[in-house]
Design a protein around this ligand. Structure first.
Ligand code: EPU
Length: 416
């Protein structure tokens, strides 16, 4: 299995091109199921998760054509509205096919996702919302069997803010009969990007980006072209890496307006950041100041940036508190960072990180996607060599990470 070998201690300097957002591309690819006409996407990141989603859709009968950052999806017929366990277990976002399949085909068989490294992650809100729209859903042998004649619009109040839950229900509602109101909806920019794509396909959606989304169902959708928004978590990860390792970066193709919470915290850590259109520049000199964070749904501080900020805190000049409120088990990276000499103590959902002057390289193991990114950052600042095992997690969500970091002066190599 592939490993990454990183020699720390170098400042980062240069330009990085940000790719399209994984967490926008995945739901948007599922939106192709809603129309018999082609959906042409650009700025699609080249990632394992995107390949898995393409495979899942192809298996259902969707035509898939891919070249570089473009992907064309044509769901003229959806012959097999099924998401098998083998694919769902490798990528929980597969559950995003449930709403579109029900809306388009009146039936779906989707595997329950099962366990996950960062928490239990149930899908009860997806199910509850679809049931309110008239779907019958039974769980049998690990699969959700869902059916509905035609979904009906409904008023749905979600018990908690869920990103993919909001996306699934929004996609189901666009073809339902009548109006749907989603209350306590997720406000994440990826939800807005999906709504934009659906609108281009002819859907009638109001309020995406707020916590109340209104959808007026239509009888069919047309084809469309859509450019996937920039990846705000990839952007934030490079910014955090620069803040930890020091240096000067220019990020191009980014969407600074989606990163307010991250940018504010990095400035608090001592970074100088300037944004202009789709360009973000960061300059960092000296040791970071400690910054405490508390994760929250958008526009709060993203849980997907929590691990990277823990890496930054490990070398800060003082103590930071890191509180995770979205997932119950998202501190696995802390244990690995301790192997690099970090001083972290965890109590409940809060980690107290006392910054040390330097970390030391060691062998560590990646446990999930963002944990892997945080270990890369820690390795970039550690003295000597760090080897990160199980980096297949990184390939799921970071396009060309070693190439991009090498171009910035990092000493990083993949060992097969
Ligand atoms: N939840 C429920 N029931 C549900 C749905 C969610 O209890 O039916 C709970 C979850 O267990 C969690 C909270 O609600 O405690 C929020 O989870 P959410 O549903 O928002 O997460 P998600 O939609 O499964 C997406 C991203 C994650 C990101 C979270 C939070 C995608 C494909 N994934 O997951 O991204 O961490 O939102 O922002 O959009 C990643 O990219 O590494 C990643 C994990």
């Amino acid at each position: 299995m592939d490993k990454l070998r990183i020699s720390g201690g170098r400042r980062l300097e240069g330009e990085v091109r940000i790719s399209g957002a994984k967490n926008a591309a995945l739901p948007i690819m599922c939106a192709a199921l809603l129309s018999a006409r082609p959906l042409a996407l650009s700025n699609v990141p080249q990632l394992m998760d995107v390949a898995t989603m393409a495979r899942l859709l192809a298996q259902m009968g969707v035509g898939v054509e891919r070249s570089a950052d473009r992907i064309a999806l044509h769901a003229q017929n959806v012959a097999h509205p099924i998401a098998p366990y083998e694919l769902v277990k490798t990528m929980r976002a597969s559950v995003l096919v449930l709403g579109p399949l029900l809306a388009r085909c009146g039936q779906a068989k989707v595997s329950l996702p099962g366990g996950c490294a960062i928490g239990s992650r149930p899908v009860d809100q997806h199910v509850k919302g679809l049931q309110a729209m008239g779907a019958v859903i039974n769980v049998d042998h690990g699969y959700m069997h869902a059916s509905a004649e035609r979904l009906r619009g409904a008023r749905i109040v979600m018990d908690m803010v869920t990103v993919t839950g909001t996306e699934n229900l929004m996609m189901a509602a666009v073809l339902a009969e009548g109006a749907t109101v989603l209350e306590n909806a997720a406000r994440e920019p990826e939800v807005v990007d999906l709504a934009r794509c659906l609108a281009a396909m002819g859907a009638r959606i109001d309020g995406a980006g707020t916590d109340v989304i209104r959808i007026e169902g239509v009888s069919s959708l047309r084809g469309a072209e859509h450019r996937v928004m920039p990846d705000r978590i990839e952007t934030g990860t490079y910014l955090a890496a620069a803040a930890a390792a020091g240096g000067k970066l220019r990020l191009v193709g980014a969407a600074p307006g989606t990163l307010d919470a991250t940018i504010e915290k990095l400035q608090e850590a001592g970074a100088r950041i300037a944004a202009n259109g789709s360009i973000i520049e960061i300059e960092m000199a000296g040791r970071p100041k400690p910054v405490s964070i508390r994760t929250a749904p958008y526009p709060g501080f993203a849980t997907d940036m929590q691990a990277q900020f823990m890496a930054l805190a490990t070398v800060a000049d003082g103590t930071a508190l890191i509180t995770e409120t979205i997932f119950e088990n998202r501190f696995m990276h802390a244990l690995e960072m301790q192997r690099l000499g970090a001083d972290i103590s965890i109590q409940g959902n809060t980690a107290m990180v006392r910054g040390v002057e330097r970390l030391q390289g060691a062998t560590v193991m990646a446990t999930d996607l963002r944990a892997s990114a945080s270990l890369v950052i820690a390795a970039l600042v550690a003295e000597g060599q760090t080897e990160i095992q199980r980096i297949y997690h990184l390939d799921r969500g970071y396009e060309a990470l070693e190439t991009k970091l090498s171009a910035l002066g990092a000493r990083i190599e993949r060992i097969s």
